[in-house]
Write a protein of this length. Structure first.
Length: 328
């Protein structure tokens, strides 16, 4: 491999490969260095920006809290909400970049240019070639998405009670913090690589991967994270009204409860002329609040990330298996 591929490339470019990369890893880096370097630079710029915004947020957050809730809401609306919303939108593009611009061209580009025939006629097996290419893309994806997630999470946490009124179950927060961005980015990368292998055309693979990203967002929008944990319950006698939501928690559902434990809609008897009489007739004796505590958030995120990561690894394994056994 080193005599057939590495040395001719070094002679043409007039540069020797870095000491830390030799043979096939160096070739993969040379092939995709523009995309890899672009991802690393964009990640560095994004992290610097978000960490700076965290510094700005902390600067106004302390004095605003000291002046009471009205000053806090006013300050957050001016200096926090818009910039954070923009950053959340950019974070949602991380999986798309991983799938469309890293995953889809990874193998399909070599098939279109015929590079795969050159590489696999040397002393390199198809399995090793695929493994190194997939490993390099996975490494870049994990490094970039993990760094961005860490920076975004560090920015969000100090003022988490302000963004989306403290609703951490929203897509903008739950899907962009913790381990979730890493797992979702890897899934999109795996789908892009698989589509590139099967359809053999880079632009078509990129388009299909983008379509997958759109369907993924539409399918999961508004449905996270309620399926990954059991909601907690608070019950008050009906005379005391609805239980107060614990600090940091997000509301899941509200019910009224009769003496037999049957659940009724929260608005039951609300529009009646005599609500108390209506509740008595229906036997309603309590108000029930279902919620998710803030301490449940990490477990819910890791559960979601584990499921997504399992799907990503399964797709990557299938891609590697198929590529080793089928003509490229």
């Amino acid at each position: 491999m080193s005599t057939a591929v590495e040395e001719p490339l070094a002679e043409r470019t007039g540069k020797q490969p870095p000491r830390i990369l030799r043979g096939l890893p160096w070739l993969v880096w040379r092939q995709h260095r523009v995309a890899f370097v672009a991802c690393l630079l964009l990640t560095a710029a994004g992290c610097v920006h978000m960490l700076w915004q965290r510094h700005v947020t902390l600067a106004w957050l302390g004095p605003a809290r000291a002046h009471g809730p009205f000053k806090l809401v006013e300050a957050s609306g001016q200096a926090y909400a818009e910039s954070f919303q923009n950053a959340a939108g950019l974070m949602s593009l991380v999986p798309i970049v991983a799938g469309v611009f890293l995953g889809a061209p990874l193998i399909s580009g070599d098939r279109e240019r015929g590079t795969v025939q050159l590489v696999t006629t040397q002393s390199v097996t198809r399995g090793r070639w695929l493994a190194v290419k997939l490993g390099a893309a996975v490494l870049i994806t994990v490094a970039c998405s993990a760094a961005l997630s860490a920076a975004f999470t560090a920015w969000w946490e100090p003022a988490r009670d302000l963004f989306n009124a403290g609703d951490w179950s929203s897509d903008d927060v739950f899907s962009n913090t913790g381990p979730v961005p890493v797992a979702v980015a890897l899934l999109h990368l795996a789908v892009g690589v698989a589509l590139g292998l099967f359809v053999r055309r880079t632009l078509l693979a990129m388009g299909l991967t983008l379509g997958f990203a759109v369907v993924w967002n539409l399918a999961l929008s508004g449905h996270l994270p309620h399926g990954f944990a059991k909601p907690r319950v608070l019950v008050n006698p009906v005379e005391e009204g609805q239980p107060a939501l614990p600090e940091g928690a997000v509301r899941y559902d509200n019910w009224t409860v009769d003496a037999r434990g049957g659940l009724h809609g929260f608005g039951t008897c609300f529009n009646e002329s005599t609500p108390a009489e209506c509740r008595t007739n229906k036997g309603i004796v309590a108000e029930r609040l279902e919620y998710f505590g803030y301490d449940q958030m990490p477990g819910m995120q890791w559960t979601h990330a584990a499921l997504v990561l399992a799907a990503a690894l399964a797709i990557l394994a299938l891609t590697l298996w198929w590529g080793r056994r089928r003509p490229l």
